[in-house]
Design a protein around this ligand. Structure first.
Ligand code: ZN
Length: 254
């Protein structure tokens, strides 16, 4: 049985010292104002020019530490966010990936180094958030070997266990009202427009009591494999997303 009413988790992606300063400040303001406990997906050593939106903020890492102390969960968001591989991911949402298809030894090295960098900044990374949802079984093996057993990804409506990892699904890229289930809303501060942040604020105002945290999710949801129903739901959701992006590529209206 899916939880009712719906619960929401906020996830902020692509965080690094050069994240768009103005937009991250307004998102961070929302988090503080409503006492949210989001997932912060941090790039350990960004080399992706698309994530260089503002001059490097010397206070970035202290800000991350402060938010972690306030209850945010830190996620390892890849290593350098360079998505040079075109191999198929376990998720099947996109083709460009930093990790999927890369040999296991290299992936393990990147994950170990990424974790080392985040820890050297005083953070305690607990989850994996793959750049562009791109990862494979080797990534999960390397993560487990490095002590990370939580993934934020997948399209089911409740957490599940797969490949020896606990998955907290992430299905939304903006606020959408739901009646049941656990929904992670991933926001990209580099590309969020003013109206996106305004819509998020309105949604949080209306549903503040339904926002949860990684800690609560781990306590409140059982760890079990994905049910047949959720497997079907996730398959259909993937089909809908793929069809939408195909129509977009073809220039057809949505
Ligand atoms: Zn990313």
């Amino acid at each position: 049985m899916l939880c009712r009413p719906a619960q929401y988790l906020l996830r902020c992606d692509d965080l690094c010292p050069t994240v768009s300063s103005a937009r991250w400040q307004s998102l961070a303001g929302l988090i503080r104002e409503f006492g949210l406990r989001p997932i912060l997906a941090v790039v350990p050593e960004n080399r992706d020019a698309e994530l260089e939106q503002s001059p490097a903020d010397p206070g970035f890492w202290a800000g991350m530490r402060e938010m972690e102390t306030a209850g945010a969960a830190i996620a390892l968001h890849g290593y350098r966010h360079l998505c040079a591989s075109q191999e198929r991911s376990l998720i099947g949402l996109t083709r460009a990936s930093e990790f999927a298809g890369v040999d296991e030894a290299t992936q393990r090295l990147w994950i170990r180094e990424g974790l080392r960098i985040l820890r050297a900044h005083g953070l305690h990374p607990r989850l994996w958030v793959a750049p562009r949802h791109g990862f494979d079984r080797n990534t999960l093996r390397a993560l487990r070997a490095e002590g990370i057993e939580l993934v934020s990804d997948g399209l089911a409506r409740e957490p599940f266990v797969r490949e020896g990892m606990t998955w907290i699904p992430q299905q939304l890229w903006g606020p959408v009202e739901k009646t049941k289930g656990l929904w992670t809303i991933a926001i990209h501060p580099n590309t969020a427009r003013d109206e996106d942040l305004a819509a998020l604020r309105e949604f949080i105002c209306a549903h503040a009591a339904q926002f949860t945290s990684v800690d609560r999710v781990l306590v409140e949801f059982p760890r079990r494999p994905m049910s047949v129903g959720e497997r079907m739901y996730a398959g259909l959701a993937l089909g809908r997303i793929q069809a939408r992006s195909w129509r977009k590529r073809m220039g057809l209206s949505l």
